[in-house]
Design a protein around this ligand. Structure first.
Ligand code: PEP
Ligand code: MG
Length: 314
């Protein structure tokens, strides 16, 4: 790309009427972090740390995890890195951890629940995150807990992080949560008091709100993140977060959908996190929209009865 095209990629995404939307990337590896920066991402909104645990026979050590995070920190050169703690269970299996078989893995000991139940898995990861944060520009590394359903889980997970931070004399670290369980969406005002930010995982939120397995071949067409039930929750989450001065992101696949971006922006979502290749087009789309018309579109979407009606709006 020419120098001017590259400069263009790095400009923030601002709507025609001057509203800035943060466009960041979902990544799994340091190579992805480089791809994200090259694509013009303003940081990483979701690091799926599960990837560090895949394609091997034993969990990565604390040192290995630290090295992997530091490689990402270096690639990002000061841009924010939201590190999601291990999100295993449901559709995400790590065979060598030999977790007990469950009748309902999507409703089982998964995500942050699993980490809270297994400190020997959680603590090395938290230590690696704190060690990476120590080497990064202040505030660049943030922590995000997945699959949080109750405020106690946030408190317990944060307490674990704080213990590790005290041991390692780490810097303060912003602590946010994924909103991907209906209870967390409904209680967003309670979570917004205690979490630094909320990032909406529309893949799981849609699955749990509609009670449709996200991978079920007969249901994928119907498990639509643009269903008004999901949009009404997103609306509530954004309002609750903003009332407490917190920012809200969307890091599920919905954020990368052309039909969804203006609705999410219109609902007041501050940050959209998408795969690196989707960044340039999303930025271009934001630059091409106006907040005023996005808000009008969002209001009409909230009044729809079906996902098909929402999709027919744009
Ligand atoms: C989500 O659930 O929307 C999400 C971003 O997390 P994952 O796809 O990793 O479950
Ligand atoms: Mg999820």
């Amino acid at each position: 790309a020419t120098a001017s095209a590259r400069r263009d990629a790095y400009r923030p995404a601002v709507t025609r009427d001057g509203h800035r939307v943060e466009v960041v990337a979902n990544i799994g590896t340091a190579a992805d972090a480089t791809r994200a920066v090259d694509a013009g991402a303003e940081g990483v909104g979701l690091l799926r740390t599960e990837f560090l645990f895949l394609k091997r026979d034993t969990p990565p050590t604390e040192d290995e995890q630290t090295e992997a995070l530091l490689a990402m920190v270096r690639a990002l050169n000061g841009l924010p890195l939201v590190v999601r703690t291990l999100d295993i269970g449901g559709d995400k299996d790590v065979p060598y951890l030999s977790l007990p078989r469950e009748d309902n893995p999507f409703l089982g000991v998964r995500g942050v629940r699993l980490c809270l139940a297994q400190p020997e898995l959680f603590n090395p990861q938290l230590r690696a995150i704190v060690r990476a944060a120590r080497e990064a520009p202040e505030g660049a590394v943030k922590v995000m807990f997945p699959m949080v359903a109750t405020i106690e889980e946030l408190r317990d997970a944060r307490a674990a992080l704080e213990r590790v931070r005290a041991e390692l004399h780490g810097p303060p670290i912003d602590c946010g949560i994924m909103i991907e369980v209906p209870s967390a969406a409904v209680m967003a005002d309670v979570f917004a008091r205690e979490a630094a930010f909320l990032s909406i995982g529309t893949n799981d939120l849609t699955q749990y709100v509609l009670a449709m397995d996200r991978l079920h071949p007969a249901l994928t067409r119907h498990a639509d993140g643009l269903h008004p039930a999901v949009l009404r929750l997103i609306d509530q989450i954004v309002q609750a977060a903003h009332a407490h001065g917190r920012w809200v992101g969307v890091c599920g696949n919905l954020a990368a959908e052309r039909a969804a971006a203006p609705i999410l922006v219109g609902l007041g979502v501050d940050e959209l996190s998408v795969s690196p290749p989707a960044v340039p087009e999303l930025k271009a789309q934001v630059r091409d929209m106006s907040l005023e018309s996005a808000r009008a579109l969002a209001r009409r979407a909230l009044a729809c009865a079906t996902a098909a009606e929402v999709r027919a709006l744009s």
